[in-house]
Write a protein of this length. Sequence first.
Length: 225
Amino acid sequence: MKLLIDDANIARIKAIYKYYPIDGVTTNPTILKKCGGNPHEVLAEIRDFIGRDADLHVQVVSTTAEEMISEGKKIPATFGKNTYIKIPSTPEGFAAMQALSADGYLITATAIYTPMQAFLAAKSGANYAAPYVNRIDNLGAGGVETTKTIQNIFRNNGFTTQILAASFKNSQQVQALCEYGIGAATIAPDVIEGLVRNACVTSAVADFTKDFEKLCGEGKTTLDF
Ligand code: G3P
């Protein structure tokens, strides 16, 4: 399962990259608004930091297929290889996905709340389909279950489309989909940090340090053997 950061704040992206094995960054217009600044400059700085081989997902803003196609062609031309064009899974979006996938563009179908949106996105040639796990939970429909259903639909129909699950709010949602073996998850920095935040671990590691120092002296490590 690929692990991506769902944020555009370069300081937070750098802080997560420092410690965790990250495959790229996803953004959308709302994330860019929260970040502030010029979206082109923000995205260019992210691409520069994560490097050309990492995945970057950038969303179109237009609402008609024709304009989505124009935007879609410009996005990878601007931000380079491994840039995915995020397209909402609407009727206009499906038309744009079909046209762009026929030309070999990388596509992430986004704003997915139902399995049939994902099915149509896969048939339209999307490389990734992004169900919004927590937002689906908030509708009372079960985000993890919906995502598993989508995975089954993809497998049973022979689609190569992968799931890029989004909108996580807790570790349990991430773990359930990790166990199920989806293609990718994009997660906000605070939720990534929460995956391993655990007072028991902190305390166990502090005890190891204390015990070694009792044995060999303060500040000593195995380098001092
Ligand atoms: O990429 C979609 C995702 O950012 C939605 O997340 O936290 O706004 O539900 P959220």
